[in-house]
Write a protein that binds this ligand. Structure first.
Ligand code: BG6
Ligand code: MG
Length: 215
């Protein structure tokens, strides 16, 4: 019986993925590394340091561990500067109404995000106190496709993973949900991986998907 929905944040609740792209693009340009939207899709759901490693696949030189940390910090600075422009207007009415509708059905709602900026983003869009639990990049040691971030969200809610639905825009996130024993719903880029239990053509499809799982 479905008891909760665990949402990825970037690319699901809000479209910070474009700001991630711009932050990495600026860093890649500075380092003279080719970077485009296709490579950016591989960064979805992946931790900050693992994202940097993917970008460095096309780097001619070599960075020391300290230089890698400095480069990732620099990108994070560019990214957070862009996040400052965000406001509650960046939360779509469809997403907010669907979240409220899920809650009205008695479901608990949680975040399961690889991002260390998750709480900052939620505050920017006016959802700082909204979710029943937040599991993010600050409480995990293994990033998606490892299920740790979702397992922690289920644990914080006090539910078994099989009673929770994971909503993801990244293949790595769908893999993480499956590995943790969750039901999975794919939106956006993750739809094409063909691994999820459900496909969401639009966010509000969650209302009918959860109806099925609550019967
Ligand atoms: C995920 C994004 O939500 O968070 C990834 O999909 C990103 O692209 C990861 O790399 C880590 O984010 P942050 O904000 O901690 O750099
Ligand atoms: Mg995502």
């Amino acid at each position: 019986m479905l008891k909760a929905v665990v949402f990825d944040l970037d690319g699901v609740i809000v479209h910070t993925d474009k700001y991630h792209y711009l932050g990495w693009k600026k860093l890649a340009d500075e380092l003279g590394i080719y970077f485009d939207e296709t490579i950016n899709n591989r960064l979805r759901g992946v931790s900050r340091m693992a994202s940097l490693e993917i970008i460095l696949e096309r780097f001619d030189g070599k960075l020391t561990d300290e230089e890698k940390i400095a480069a990732a910090d620099r990108k994070n600075g560019y990214y957070r500067e862009l996040l400052k422009q965000m406001s509650p207007a960046d939360l779509s009415p469809e997403v907010k109404e669907t979240l409220d509708g899920l809650r009205a059905k008695g479901l608990k709602l949680a975040i399961g995000s690889s991002s260390k900026n998750a709480k900052f983003i939620l505050e920017r869009i006016g959802l700082g106190d909204y979710f029943d639990a937040i599991s993010d990049g600050n409480n995990i040691t293994h990033s998606k496709p490892d299920p740790e971030v979702f397992n922690c969200a289920a644990k914080y809610l006090g539910f078994d993973t099989k009673d929770c639905l994971v909503v993801e825009d990244a293949e790595a996130g769908i893999d993480a949900g499956i590995a943790g024993g969750f039901k999975t719903a794919a939106i956006g880029d993750a739809k094409k991986c063909g691994k999820s239990d459900f496909i969401l053509n639009t966010f509000s499809d969650l209302l009918s998907v959860t109806d099925k799982l609550m019967k």
